[in-house]
Design a protein. Structure first.
Length: 171
């Protein structure tokens, strides 16, 4: 199993380590592998990811498929949150996804998302001291290589301390 925090730290300053992280993510999230998503840049408070313009990501009119763009929005926001939270302490699950489509994607495109430490403290860490769970809305924008604004996604993530998670037994 990969030490995500360590891999991300290394990937921030090394293109080789970033390639290794992307390869590991293809194995860890096999659903996303066919799309060819890649982390292009990751910083302390931001992430940029790529969706390549290729046949597997096309819709019926050779544009980037709406669902592939939505999946990239989920991946981008969720990954950054996971790198900033302790995955052993907090469970992250998508509650809702809202997408606005502005322009048809006809080339490689990038999703960008950022969240500050202050926002993390105010909207997640502090409220979880008195609540069982919180929902944070993460806005992510996707632009193509020409700068056209393709989508605005609002990903609603429910975050909960693992100690407060209760599941029903499946029979």
């Amino acid at each position: 199993m990969i030490d995500l925090k360590r891999a991300v730290e290394r990937a921030r300053t090394s293109s080789f380590q970033l390639r290794l992280l992307n390869l590991a993510l293809d194995r860890m999230v096999p659903f996303n592998k066919p799309h060819g998503f890649r982390i292009v840049e990751i910083g302390d408070d931001h992430i940029t990811t790529l969706i390549p313009y290729r046949k597997r990501n096309f819709n019926h009119i050779r544009g980037l498929h709406a669902c592939a763009l939505a999946t990239l929005s989920e991946f981008t926001t969720g990954f950054l949150l996971l790198t900033k939270l302790d995955a052993r302490k907090y469970r992250l699950i998508m509650q809702r996804l809202e997408m606005d489509y502005h322009y048809q994607g006809k080339m490689n495109s990038m999703a960008t998302y950022s969240i500050t430490e202050e926002t993390m403290q105010q909207q997640i860490i502090e409220p979880l001291k008195t609540q069982d769970s919180v929902v944070i809305v993460c806005e992510v924008k996707i632009h193509d290589e020409a700068g056209n604004h393709l989508t605005t996604g609002k990903v609603h993530w429910q975050i909960k301390d693992w100690q407060k998670v209760r599941t029903k037994l499946q029979r």
